[in-house]
Design a protein around this ligand. Structure first.
Ligand SMILES: [Cu+2]
Length: 161
């Protein structure tokens, strides 16, 4: 099946949600950092597939559940940080061992070669935002691409099956 060709992404305001009109998987996503204004100018090396000790990560993305059924998937994202603005991008991956191409000069994931399906940008501290994606079976990474954040541990993966 070539469902990935027909993927669509839409960022919808909460007021636009149709009330339970279709079955969608709801994933609760939380954005966490213990950094405040910590130094992120050098990549911390805690990206996906880098076999790092993630228990040392000062930032993170948590998602529950980690598995969704194919079709409409709603991400309810909450930024639990005390002061930092975060974002979430969703991209297709082969599996968790994949190392994403990194742009050292910008200290960000290079998204050019990635199949990014959607994103929610600039979520203020203690604010929430939602994103609805139409996801085909496969694996996806959820990450924050504010400079330095991905390498500080701001990523997680989900599986659609
Ligand atoms: Cu971030």
């Amino acid at each position: 099946m070539k469902l990935h060709k027909t993927l669509t992404a839409a960022l919808l305001a909460a007021s636009l949600f149709a009330p339970a009109a279709f079955a969608e998987t709801v994933l609760k996503v939380t954005l966490i950092d213990k950094m405040g204004g910590g130094d992120l100018s050098k990549p911390l090396g805690l990206g996906m597939g880098m076999k790092a000790d993630m228990s040392k990560a000062p930032m993170g993305v948590a998602v529950n559940p980690k598995v969704a059924t194919p079709g409409a998937v709603r991400l309810d994202v909450t930024n639990l940080a005390s002061s930092l603005v975060h974002e979430v991008q969703v991209a297709r991956i082969t599996d968790e061992s994949q190392v994403l191409t990194y742009d050292q000069s910008r200290n960000k994931v290079d998204t050019q070669g990635l199949e990014v399906l959607g994103s929610v940008s600039e979520i203020m501290p203690n604010k929430s935002a939602s994103l609805i994606l139409d996801l085909a079976p496969g694996k996806y990474v959820l990450f924050c691409n504010v400079a330095g954040h991905y390498m500080a541990g701001m990523w997680t993966t989900i599986e659609v099956k």
